[in-house]
Design a protein around this ligand. Sequence first.
Ligand SMILES: Nc1ccn([C@@H]2O[C@H](COP(=O)(O)O)[C@@H](O)[C@H]2O)c(=O)n1
Length: 614
Amino acid sequence: KQPSAPSAVEAPLRELPWGQLNFLHTTDTHGWHGGHLQEPQYSADWGDYISFASHLRRRADKDGSDLLLIDTGDRVEGNGLYDASDPKGNYTSDIFTQQSMDVITVGNHELYKNTTSSHEYAKLVPAYKDSYIASNLNITSKNGDSIPFGPRYRKFTTRNQGIRVLAMGFIYNFRGNANNTQVQKVQDTIKEPWFQDAIRNRDVDLFLIAGHVALRNTSEAEYDKIYDAIRLENWDTPIAFFGGHTHIRDFKRFGRGTEKKAYGIESGRYLETYGFMSISGLSTKSKDVSTTVASPKFERLYIDNNLYSLHCHSNTSSSNFDTELGKNVSASIATARKTLALDRPFGCAPQDYWLYRSPYPSNHSVLSLLEEHVIPDTFTDKNSSHNPAIVLTNTGAVRFDVFKGPFTKDTTYIVCPFTSTFRMIKNVPYDAASRVMKALNSGGPILLGDEAGDTEATYEDWLGLRPPGPVRESDLTADHAEDDLSSFTRGAGEQRPLRSSNKDKSRITPGYTTTDDFGDDGDDTIHEPIPLYKVPNIIGAEIGFSSDDKAKDLPKNVDLVFNEYIQGFTLAALKQLGVSYGLENTRQALDGMTMTDVISGWVEKNWKCEKDVA
Ligand SMILES: Nc1ccn([C@@H]2O[C@H](COP(=O)(O)O)[C@@H](O)[C@H]2O)c(=O)n1
């Protein structure tokens, strides 16, 4: 772990369900490779993961089983270690690639910008060679051709058991990518001759489908389509899915009726979780056990990323856990953090502010802090025209909590890593401008797959009758009081209170309590549940309204300012409300400041650290 990271707290643990073929899965790490420096439960770093994987590989070699490592994308954007360097990712790609992977895929965050996808293609793809699978992604080459980002699939045989694996790697039907990459829709990819040939291959013991794709409730049902396509040709070869994107822990049984050979795991976010899955009873190159074992056994465990868990699951202790490579990677992370001055404080937060753990609005909500203080203060200072204004931002731009204490350079990127600026339309009729927020909060969650670069028709679709999106972290919430936990029921893929099975209540810490298709015993650490609350898509503030405006004569027109990311939605909402504007009517606001600049500037002015005050 990093030198300043807190030590893990001992807690009751469930055992690793080790099997014939074992997997460690990471997803949506978003630059948190230094671990969580303010949360003991998630305080191990990528160097520790390297040591951990090495111990489990040794275990596999010793008992003749196998271990495969998978990562399903969104490795970038969300932490100073990635975002604070110039160019971004200058340190993280060398740090990340020290961990070997058997299958690795791309996420939407690797594709938002030309520079990010080009960096990914130049650094990660060659580092992982055949393991970097891109079944539905192309990139524009230097001479303008659209070429595969990586191999479409990979067939390999596991080292000890001789299990023949055919692996593919997908991204969901994402449409917000920059113009140098091309995402092929999953429903089109499964018609490609290479896919059809691959699924007809009889010398396969396991199909491994990895991707930046939610396991369930997606309007496009990408993984269900892949499942159906495979089963049409191949009625009983086991299938293991590895998902991502929605930042949750989840385990799902695929298919209908008596299907017992297709399961998928999703492994959280921000290097809080290592997803572990095992399968036993697979046939292998040398022996066909399908005749003797009716169904292979799938098991899963979500491992909290801290040294207590990692030592226990690898049967090591602090004296023999670190490997040479693991230690070196932790040291490189520490050096990079120092070079980037990530611990430099902008100020000190007087209390905790939560994204989902406190109700919105409330005094402990980070969104309320932005809406009631950060945005009004900043925009009042910078509003040279002195026209009344309405300022809107999407809550998806806010990524994490703020903890009491130093608010550092790192924290600015942890709270909001994006480089989107603010745009404005001048003199919008108040009647329409004041209703945009409500319109944008009445549809489904704003997900970028349906966004940037899209046609207006798509936004209008969304405003009208968009089906519910996948369950994601912001949905793992309850609009209930904490003392009323018994009154709600939740489905698989959601967090819920875990009642009772633990005996030793004194050692229980708050954390994930996951319910999935296998029940509520998937988290390695037995936790006290954390109540989570719903947040809207959009928050907003009214700036420069005179007290007269508020009392009686509301302004006729206002400047409507919005986060660049929601430009398409805002224009569509205005049209629906009876006033039409195009991109040509929008202009830059706030001298090109990003939300990250807005937050860090406000903290610097308003949150003194105690020693500064004295
Ligand atoms: N410039 C951007 C880019 C993205 N967002 C927000 O991030 C969400 C996607 O992030 P995931 O980790 O869920 O893939 C997207 O829905 C936006 O809310 C943004 O605000 N600005």
